[in-house]
Design a protein around this ligand. Structure first.
Ligand code: FES
Length: 114
């Protein structure tokens, strides 16, 4: 499957493994957006990892918005490993959304504070 080449995929065993600090670090290091993908509800190999991810995602959305990051720059979607086409479409869709938003200013803001 082909998708936008400006994407850097970080693989973890389960979406429940994604710590909020991973997302914040990505933004701090210059990511324009973060797309979190996990197995569909009820399909997590670790039973509740995706529910844990969903709870963290809602908290993270509030946090990143408080930090001045537009909410469209962080997204959570349920995509299983066998749904490559859907993943590719999601990546392209998110890339388009972020292109409209322009570069994320979070890194610059953080640099001025330190
Ligand atoms: S294995 Fe837990 S979300 Fe996929």
């Amino acid at each position: 499957m082909k998708y936008a080449p400006n994407v850097r995929a970080l693989r973890v065993m389960c979406s429940g493994r994604i710590e909020p600090t991973f997302v914040l670090k990505a933004f701090r290091e210059g990511a324009d957006a973060v797309l979190i993908c996990g197995c569909h509800p009820g399909d997590c190999h670790y039973h509740e990892g995706n529910y844990k991810c969903l709870r963290r995602y809602h908290l993270l959305q509030k946090y990143v918005q408080q930090m001045g990051i537009e909410k469209d720059r962080l997204r959570l979607e349920w995509v299983s490993a066998s749904e490559g086409k859907i993943f590719a479409e999601l990546v392209d869709e998110m890339t388009e959304t972020v292109s409209k938003l322009g570069p994320c200013q979070f890194r610059k803001v953080m640099e001025t504070l330190t």
